[in-house]
Design a protein around this ligand. Structure first.
Ligand code: PLP
Length: 398
């Protein structure tokens, strides 16, 4: 099928909710993807921070093939070994004691919201159900998670939203303190705001939130859907802060591209999810959990988070040097391989120029370029991407 016909059919048959780049990707290998015209691209998007081990990583592909030929799906009314092994490995490598599996980030956050409400009501009082999230955050597209998301552009048209949510400015402990009261069930934040522009809070923000939650008897819920699985240079971004959450949500990179979401929680918190209170038909199938197990084991065995930290420093320092020659670049920020480049102008033309030059990059809002390459990226690929970016900055200079 030729590319032109594919584009026409895409325009005709899809719901028009995505603003898609006009290429059709057909194959991937490591840090590279190819389109239907045979053009090669460096993929610094990782499918929105998903394919952290790169495309078609041999251990992941092996796990997919083996699991597909063994047992694809059975209901959660039965035990399956891969799901148990994955839950155990996640608990051994995090603060958590218990894991619930769903299919996406939004679904993991839904589980966290439901758990926080149930815990608040059962442990404290029937009106203890409020969730305080932050402005500019992103937590998903289902009705409850889009309500938690602190950006009106994602909510517009879908009102009435879900009751019981409040928003305060990010990285503002005093605003959070003022908003909390004895109806606060949980505080829900991203350790770094990803979609919101790669906003890294002050070092004292998460410890401050932990203290406020402890004083108020509220739960601290960290959305690590984008920051988790090594992206920031530690397996979980909270590890940079010296404090732990009560609940954490993970998705994106957990199975390197096979859909999965997980909610991790402390024993005492998780205990209110008694049999029958929550569930998902597809959550944690033997297939997806086998793939996630291979992904997480590879991350741990091959010290991928350390690699992300090292390559993140390499890229950020090079971008810092680049910044000097381009006043349109306001700031380079981020942690590990989640990097934001804030510009004084709209970044869409830059993204187009990079794509036409063989580099795929993301945005985070209209004025921030977001780089989220696979965590296995090497210096040569970073240098190539930097050359393309430098040309793009030069071309779009006004
Ligand atoms: C921090 C964060 N939370 C939640 C989500 C929603 O995840 P999903 O699209 O898998 O539902 C995203 C997706 O970008 C995210 O970045």
């Amino acid at each position: 099928m030729d590319t032109k016909t594919l584009m026409e059919w895409s325009g005709k048959y899809h719901t028009p909710n995505y603003g898609r780049t006009p290429i059709c990707l057909v194959r991937g290998d490591g840090v590279r993807v190819w389109d239907s015209d045979g053009r090669e691209y460096l993929d610094f998007t990782s499918g929105l921070a998903v394919t952290s081990l790169g495309h078609c990583h041999p251990r992941v592909t092996g796990a997919i093939q083996e699991a597909a030929a063994t047992l694809l799906h059975v209901s959660n009314i039965f035990h399956t070994a891969p799901q148990i092994h994955l839950a155990k490995l996640l608990c051994e490598h995090s603060f958590a004691d218990r894991v619930f599996f769903g299919n996406s980030g939004a679904e993991a956050n839904e589980a966290a919201i439901k758990l926080a409400r149930k815990y608040g009501k059962e442990r404290f009082a029937s009106d203890r159900f409020e969730i305080i999230a932050t402005r500019n955050s992103f937590h998903g597209r289902t009705l409850a998670t889009v309500t938690a998301t602190g950006q009106e552009k994602y909510q517009h048209g879908f009102e009435p939203l879900v009751p019981g949510f409040k928003h305060v400015p990010y990285d503002d402990l005093r605003a959070m303190e003022r908003a909390m009261d004895n109806r606060t069930a949980a505080v829900l934040v991203e350790p770094i705001q990803g979609e919101g522009g790669v906003i890294v809070p002050d070092d004292d923000y998460l410890p401050g939130l932990r203290k406020l939650c402890d004083e108020a008897g509220a739960l601290l819920v960290l959305d690590e859907i984008q920051t988790g699985m090594g992206r920031t240079g530690r397996l979980w971004a909270y590890e940079h802060t010296g404090v732990e959450p009560d609940i954490m949500t993970v998705a994106k990179a957990l199975a390197n591209g096979v859909p999965i979401g997980a909610m991790l929680a402390r024993e005492e918190v998780a205990s209110v999810l008694t049999p029958g209170t929550h569930g998902s038909t597809f959550g944690g199938t033997p297939f997806v959990t086998s793939v996630a197990l291979a992904t997480l084991a590879t991350m741990i065995d091959e010290k991928i988070p350390e690699r992300a930290a090292r390559m993140g420093r390499y890229l950020t320092q090079a971008l810092g040097r680049l910044q000097g020659g381009f006043p349109a670049v306001r700031e380079v920020r981020g942690r590990g391989l989640l990097i934001g480049i804030e510009m004084d102008r709209l970044v869409a033309p830059l993204v187009d120029f990079c794509r036409d030059s063989g580099l795929l990059i993301l945005t985070a809002g209209e004025r921030v370029i977001r780089l989220a390459p696979p965590l296995i990226v090497g210096e040569t690929e970073c240098d190539h991407a930097l050359d393309i970016l430098q040309n793009a900055l030069g071309q779009t200079r006004s």
